[in-house]
Design a protein. Structure first.
Lengths: 277, 433
């Protein structure tokens, strides 16, 4: 009896999973289809799959419009530079909030929590003013600075660190470990899945970031991928070049998609273990 | 990874960015341009900058691509409000004048024109309709026409000929007749791009055709609930409902030229800014004609379309030196010269904004080969001002929202919706009177 109902349940679960997977795949597949259609054959009712031929014309045109390799390098530096500093600041802050006792700790944590709720657009002018005062306008540093602290990262790691048994830290202390060694060997080692989850969120957020880089940079030499993509959006006067736009979109998202496919299992596990779903 | 290694990486990053700053003795002009233009706008502007720098040693043009018109406005506003330097010259919508003038961010071109020997000749060479949005109610010239356009009627001449029509429609009655004759299950007879949040521009051409534009020279007055304005929106709505020649609620801006090129629409209203793309992309004979005249009459008063597109604006908060201002004006003069306007018009399809440009190569030959270019220019004699007032963005938003709700059928009673909008607009404008 229980065996049978388990079978039905499992069947039901896999059907649901398939449906959800298809729903999530549709935009991606559609992007690919449109990017391979000739520009002169728009998608219409009843004709959504292939055009009269498969063409790479859209890719050729999209590639010609922006210096993509430069944008790739810029995006990599932006994303890596942001993440590396975040890992340091977030680890230190998370440890302090998880294990140290000091005046106003909970209040401070509340303030950090509050910051999660402020949409970044509201701070645009103020952030700009700050960067400008520091003389950093139109530099790589200006791109990264506002993200060097991360409320999300602090909260996630604080939670993870609190779950690490205090006895482990005490044992390490008795063996003569100093604070840095404790953090490094006790906490970081036990929080790798959380770090992986945080890194994934951080990388994909900043890879897709448009508004801040757009406002704070002027030189092509430091502008990331999203600003290259922006050049393909020609809906203002000339109508939409959807094929070209979709080709550009694929160029921009390709590394993230490939990365995810390669490390799928690890990502899913780390998300499951760190409690974010 | 050890902490020292991370610190090294951070230091490395800082060192890399330091290289971005460099010494520069020349006068550098920061020039922002939006992307509403040709596919390779950057390449074109680079070519213009090279030409200019050759003629003017000691001046460097730093061209910055700044996204859409909206992106451009927001970038510049953020930068200026945040205490940044901002651009020296920018291409922005001709209707942005009051928003920027109110804040004191821009200076009128008039002072530079007055200092010219042949200033009057320079100004009078521009088509008057294109100057309308760049001049304030006192007659001061603020901005110079650069990439300007108007809506025109594009028609698939092959399809019209098949159905027995040798000439395009010249009035709304003929427009509806031909559109109905050409509508099939797979094809729309007429697409008017009013869907997707920005119907005001196309709508204005109907309001003008019905006898009254929704703006005047006075930036504190808007006429949105006149009988003409109401009749115009009701006509546009009927195209998608009773008359059945296009989709209910209108077509989307970006889809319209694509559908036309694919033969899925027989006629479209669209901007002249698209002329080159459509002529180059069509596999049929493309006809272009004035927007058909409305009930206001065929003596010319029923013709009409708003102008649109971008002007050159000069930014100065009073801190720029005479040498800098001199260089800035030289760049503006260069971009608005017949030589560049001719090249820009021929490359993109924007209406070259001064008369001399049309007698200058390459546009002269291009217009000879494709008479369609001339139609857009000739329609300018009937063109009128694009919507612009104090608090332009807010009021434009109210109008767009109202029009959209009428066109989609959400507000059935057009008059009531427009009365309500007018009252709201008058409330906003009261403080500017």
């Amino acid at each position: 009896m229980s065996n049978r109902s388990g079978g039905v349940l499992r069947y039901f679960a896999s059907v649901t999973k398939t449906v959800i997977a298809i729903v999530f795949l549709i935009p991606l597949i559609f992007t690919l289809l449109v990017s391979l259609r000739p520009e002169t054959e728009p998608v219409t009712k009843g004709n959504i799959f292939f055009g009269s031929e498969l063409t790479f014309e859209n890719f050729e045109r999209a590639i010609a419009i922006a210096p993509w390799s430069l944008h790739y390098i810029n995006s990599l530096i932006f994303v890596a530079g942001t993440l590396l500093v975040q890992l340091v600041t977030v680890t230190c802050a998370a440890y302090a909030f998880a294990r140290m006792r000091f005046l106003g700790r909970d209040l401070l944590l509340m303030v950090i929590l509050l910051q999660l709720m402020i949409p970044s657009g509201v701070l645009l002018v103020q952030n700009f003013r700050m960067i400008n005062t520091l003389g950093l306008f139109d530099t790589r540093i200006a791109l990264m600075i506002p993200y060097w602290g991360s409320a999300f990262g602090v909260l996630l790691l604080r939670q993870t660190f609190r779950e690490v048994p205090i006895e482990l830290e005490e044992a390490a202390r008795i063996d003569g470990a100093n604070l840095a060694q404790v953090i490094r060997h006790v906490y970081v080692t036990n929080a790798i899945p959380a770090y992986l989850a945080f890194a994934l969120v951080s990388v994909s957020t900043h890879w897709n970031e448009f508004l801040w880089p757009f406002i704070i940079t002027r030189s092509e030499a430091i502008r990331p991928l999203t600003l290259g993509l922006n050049k393909l959006i020609k809906t203002t006067d000339q109508g939409a070049f959807y094929g070209q736009l979709m080709a550009g979109t694929l160029i921009v998202i390709a590394p993230l998609v490939i990365l995810f496919l390669l490390f799928q299992r690890q990502f899913v596990e780390s998300f499951a273990r760190s409690g974010i779903r | 990874m050890s902490c020292t290694r991370i610190a090294c990486l951070v230091l490395l990053l800082i060192a890399m960015t330091a290289g971005a700053a460099m010494a520069q003795d020349d006068v550098v002009i920061d020039f922002y341009f939006p992307s509403a233009t040709a596919n390779d706008a950057e390449g074109i502007f680079q070519r213009y900058a090279d030409m200019f720098q050759e003629e003017n040693p000691g001046i460097t043009i730093n061209s910055v691509f700044s996204g859409s018109y909206t992106d451009t406005r927001n970038t510049i506003l953020t930068e200026l409000q945040g205490g940044g330097a901002g651009p020296d010259v920018a291409v922005m919508l001709s209707i942005d004048l009051y928003s920027f003038a109110e804040e004191g961010y821009i200076v009128p071109a008039q002072s530079f024109i007055d200092a010219m020997e042949d200033g009057d000749a320079y100004v009078s060479d521009f088509f008057p309709a294109l100057m309308a949005n760049g001049v304030d109610e006192m007659g001061t010239v603020w901005s110079i026409p650069f990439q300007r356009s108007t809506p025109i009627l594009y028609y698939n001449a092959d399809l019209l000929a098949e159905a027995g029509y040798d000439a395009p429609p010249t009035n709304n009655t003929e427009l509806v007749e031909i559109a109905q004759a050409l509508t099939t299950d797979e094809r729309d007879g007429l697409l008017v791009p009013v869907a997707g949040g920005f119907p005001i521009w196309m709508y204005q051409s109907f309001a003008i055709a019905y006898g009254r534009n929704i703006v005047s020279d006075d930036p504190t007055e808007v006429y949105f609930n006149t009988p003409e304005a109401v009749a115009a929106v009701e006509f546009v709505r009927s195209l998608g409902t009773d008359l059945g020649v296009g989709p209910a609620g209108g077509a989307a801006w970006g889809d319209t030229p694509v559908a036309f090129l694919a033969g899925q629409a027989a006629m479209i209203y669209h901007t002249t800014g698209n002329l080159s793309r459509i002529l180059d992309g069509a596999e049929f004979e493309v006809g272009v004609w004035y927007l058909p005249s409305g009930p206001a009459g065929e003596d010319g008063s029923g013709y009409g379309s708003p102008t649109g597109g971008g002007n050159l604006y000069i930014f100065d908060d009073g801190s720029k030196s005479d040498e800098e201002l001199d260089a800035i004006w030289k760049w503006v003069l260069f971009l608005s010269s017949p030589q560049i306007q001719s090249d820009w018009g021929a490359t993109t399809g924007y209406i070259a904004s001064n008369a001399t440009a049309w007698e200058t190569e390459p546009l002269a030959s291009r217009a000879m080969e494709y008479p369609q270019y001339g139609v857009a220019r000739d329609q300018l004699q009937y063109a009128d001002k694009e919507f612009s007032s104090y608090a332009t963005i807010t009021i434009q938003g109210i109008i767009n929202k109202t029009l959209e709700s009428i066109l989609t059928g959400e507000s059935e009673d057009a008059q009531a919706a427009m009365d309500a909008a007018q009252a709201q607009i008058d409330g906003i404008l009261a403080e500017y009177k």
